[in-house]
Design a protein around this ligand. Structure first.
Ligand code: GLN
Length: 564
């Protein structure tokens, strides 16, 4: 959709002297450094400043596209088409800024560029060294990402003290040395409560700050992550041993919703403390929308049960939620907007294959089939979709979920026996989904990195469809003229136009295509409360304060049905 319309971003001013805020993590990984950074971004935005959030990942991959999702969670896609860490998704959701390619930095990108420059004799015969050449390249990237913004908020991946990320810490030290006034370091660290003691311990934080000190870095602000809020005594200890004033030790306890974090940090004056360090004052105070949202999250009671049916990796809930984080968040955003409490049910399509759709899916208010790859579990997805279509259960198909819906319709409504995608069955008599022509060559050449159809593409929505109604309801397209939207993609296969007419004749509605009409981007069904599949991933553009129209219309239909 038109991001300009959705984003509440403060437009960057080109002459601004950018301030850099680094966020590092200590003690253990996985403590929510990304959410803390995103929340600080949301707070600074609410104070009237523009923010460019950056994520630094320490691995040698050049992007997240070639990493197994089990390994690294969801692959998130920016508008300009880079595959990134899921934290960037949180940044966009929390700040409303349009995150771009420049906002994602990996060790692999840095070294690739340094090595390219060396081969191109761009170092004029110098011997190329980690310091200053690698650190300079890192700093150049950060400055480029921050250009024109008031703040560049940089999350350093990994935990302090690791061998792999040390060079990035070194680059922060050099930046501060060059311009003390424009750099601030926030350290997010964990305070455990060992069960045999029942008492919160601050020593690990002290030690991780020592490691920072040994690299020549003194944090300006410390955020203590813990199960419960830090008490005054703990704050005093951390302040004393870590060399910061007590009010610069903030508490960030476990909460039931990540969207509470900006409010929790702001209640401790995080925004003013940060602005003070730079000699700045808030231009406005406006966390009202967030506070209202938190209120809704805490008070909605009426439940809506949504089944998410896919081929799941592993069984752990943690892994699942990590691999589909944007889908989960999008369902939540839309549900809260309709004042219901979403309850998600993870269903393996292999279970559906074993036990049958009716047994497994009988009790849900809506069904989602999210993105996916490969053949395992696809028959179960198709069975699921047939169930949703015939029993008029609201259905939303995301990328693979749209392709599977096309196959289901081809087989069971258009009589095309054995229809499939060539991704699953290269010999299918009816390849209703097939590989995009340029993709075939790429796969043959083993050109896997960043080679899918990626990023934001324009799409024209057909008038008089459910899709049109969904976008119209949120004011994202006009009532007349071309209904143009822009949505994010990540796929190699597409709807086969040779089957377009046959499927349309059988009742399939094509409710969105590329502007030249050649690529089918959205399908839907008539005579059904809500049945829509999109080739793109709407979940990449849903925000807590601005839910995505397709998710919103899906949840609305589910709520309506439940009320009947
Ligand atoms: N596997 C499918 C494709 O490559 C769908 C991809 C997805 O769901 N992201 O087209």
């Amino acid at each position: 959709m038109a991001p300009e319309k959705r984003s509440n971003a403060v437009k960057p001013k080109s002459k601004t002297q950018t301030k850099f805020i680094f966020v590092s993590g200590g003690v253990i990984s996985g403590i929510g450094k990304g959410i803390t950074s995103a929340s600080i971004g949301a707070i600074l935005r609410a104070k009237g400043y523009s923010v460019s959030p950056v994520k630094v990942d320490m691995y040698l991959n050049q992007d997240a596209g070639t990493i197994r999702p089990q390994e690294h969670g969801e692959v998130w896609v920016t508008k300009d088409g880079i595959e990134t860490d899921q934290d960037l998704g949180h940044y966009e959701r929390f700040t409303g800024e349009n995150i771009l390619r420049a906002n994602y930095v990996t060790t692999g990108q840095i070294y690739a560029e340094v090595l390219r420059k060396e081969r191109a004799f761009e170092y004029d015969g110098e011997d190329v060294e980690a310091i200053p050449h690698v650190t300079d390249e890192i700093i150049r990237r950060w400055q480029a990402a921050g250009k024109g913004y008031d703040f560049c908020l940089i999350e350093l991946g990994g935990t302090v003290g690791e061998y792999q990320n040390a060079i990035f810490f070194e680059a922060t030290r050099i930046m501060k040395l060059r311009d003390t006034q424009s750099v601030l370091h926030i350290h997010v660290a964990y305070l455990p409560i060992p069960s045999y003691l029942g008492e919160m311990k601050s020593k690990p934080v002290q030690q991780s700050v020592r490691v920072l000190n040994s690299m020549g870095i003194e944090p300006d602000l410390i955020v203590g992550r813990s199960e419960v809020p830090l008490d005054e005594r703990r704050k005093e200890r951390v302040a004393l041993f870590c060399n910061v004033a007590k009010n610069y030790v903030l508490s960030n306890p476990d909460v039931s919703s990540i969207y509470e974090v900006p409010v929790i940090l702001e209640n401790q004056h995080a925004g003013e403390l940060i602005l003070n360090k730079f000699g700045l004052k808030p231009k406005q105070h406006d966390l009202r929308a967030w506070k209202k949202l938190v209120n809704t999250i805490k008070n909605v009671k009426k439940e809506i049960h949504i089944a998410v049916v896919g081929k799941y990796f592993g069984v752990g809930k943690f892994q699942l939620s990590d691999s589909y984080v944007s889908v989960i968040e999008s369902i939540k955003h839309a549900s809260w907007a309709h004042k219901v409490k979403p309850v998600l049910h993870w269903i393996s399509s292999l279970e559906v294959e074993k036990k049958g759709a009716k047994t497994i899916l009988g009790k849900y208010d809506g069904i989602v089939v999210p993105g996916g790859f490969g053949s395992r579990g696809t028959e179960g997805m198709i069975e699921t979709i047939e169930y949703a279509r015939k029993n008029k259960v609201p259905y939303l198909g995301l990328c693979y979920g749209m392709q599977m819906a096309t196959i289901e319709f081809a087989r069971n409504a258009a009589g095309l026996k054995g229809a499939n995608t060539t991704e699953v069955d290269g010999k299918t008599p009816h390849p209703v989904i097939h590989i995009m022509p340029d993709q075939e060559k790429k796969l043959l050449n083993r050109d896997y990195g960043a080679s899918m159809r990626l990023g934001g593409w324009d799409c024209v929505v057909a008038r008089g469809t459910k899709t049109e109604a969904a976008y119209l309801a949120l004011g994202l397209i006009g009532k007349t003229g071309k209904a143009k939207i822009n949505e994010r993609h990540r796929h190699r296969y597409e709807f086969n136009n040779q089957y377009r007419e046959r499927l349309q004749k059988a009742g399939l509605v094509i409710s969105g295509t590329s502007p030249d009409g050649k690529l089918v981007e959205i399908i839907e069904l008539k005579d059904h409360p809500f049945f829509v599949g999109s080739q793109f991933h709407p979940e990449f553009q849903s925000q807590p304060l601005a839910p995505h129209p397709l998710f919103s219309a899906f949840i609305k239909a589910a709520v309506k049905l439940k009320n009947q």
